[in-house]
Design a protein around this ligand. Sequence first.
Ligand SMILES: [Zn+2]
Length: 458
Amino acid sequence: MRKQLTSRILYPLHEAAKGQGTIAAYRAMMERESWPASRLRAFEFENLKRAFAHAYDNSPFYRRRFDAAGVKARDLHSPADLLKFPCTSKTDMRESRDEMLASRTGLIPAATGGSTGDPTMFYSDRNIAANGWAACWRARSWWGLEFGDPWFWVWAAPIDISMESPLKYRLKRMRDGLLNRQVLSAFTMSQEAMARYAEKLSRSKNAYLYGYSSSLHVLAEYVLARQIDLSHAGLKVAITTSDMLYPFMRDTLAKAFHSGVSTEYGSREGSFIAHQCPAGGLHVHSDRVWVEVLCGDRPAEPGEPGEIVLTVMDAVAQPLLRYRTGDIASWASGNCACGRPFACLASIEGRSDDLLIARGPRFVHSQSIIYFLRSTANVERFRILQDDFDRLRIQVVLARPDARIPVDNIQKSVSDVFGYPVTITLEPVSELLPSPSGKHRSVISALGRAYFSQTVSR
Ligand SMILES: [Zn+2]
């Protein structure tokens, strides 16, 4: 009854009140799932051409950039032609935001994510929001979820408390109630708070979880450590987003929540970009975003890591064409067993802030270092901080204050991964605080952002 109320009435009313055509976009997107791949590819390319023509005709920035490169939007005859068009970067967005606009109506001011660098302001619009949410709900349907299903949202909620008026905060919580979701603050993950969260989960029925990968992992570890049995709760899936979900984290989530685990890839600029289906495929919502994976300036082969370059085809106000995201991924080879016609990424290898950067510069998979630290005795929790190519600081929560850590072994292991000597400084701390956005990240590299903005984007 409650589910029907939210699904049939409250959610459609909520979207209509915002002026977002989410429900209509959702229906169209669901239909495209059953299209043959050839029909979908043709639809996507028409969408791409329309996005380029819209930008060239209406945005002074894109007209200037295309003219300087000697290309016109109408020169786009096949996907291979995309390489003739210049890429855009976060710097472009920062320096030419107003010139990028293709329309001055319906602007939604927004800022890029990222917890280490300064956010960059840009404009989103209702069309992006409607199509983005429609794509998100399509992906949730793959897990048997509907608009009205109850869900737990593990998010940076306390920022709301401190930054908003009590009235606005209460209205937001009322909206959460209407939409059948409960917010569990990712910012307050003390033992007491997690005891409350676990209690809520155990009393739930057929809900699902959605939140930062790192925060869900912290909660899952708590559930397992306290031997809290959630098998009866019937949690349908834990959908992780925003920061890296390493395989060991996926295992912990599945064990603690007795549910499937899905990962999501998106960004503030592009909204929801890709979602993982129950068969494991990380499907790109290619009817709304055009994803390229580039090695330097050439398309990467399947399985070859490269940078995700994004075109948001449903952007109306501020077009975003061939936008260098700084995120590393590779294309999957072959089709997903589920049969959906959307192409799959093999995985997201890292976000610019999660990647360690070695001299070269080249990016280093932090996973092997994370595994090594996880298996090191007396290391309870840790965070790797990189300020330079040959120095890492590792903040460590020790099992006991007097515990000894084999720093030489860690140094050797890290140096092996980097391919040259790296100095390690261990910094014992009593706890690891989340970032201002509420994420509990294992790796924060000051070089990642600089590497992508200065080296790759050039
Ligand atoms: Zn699939």
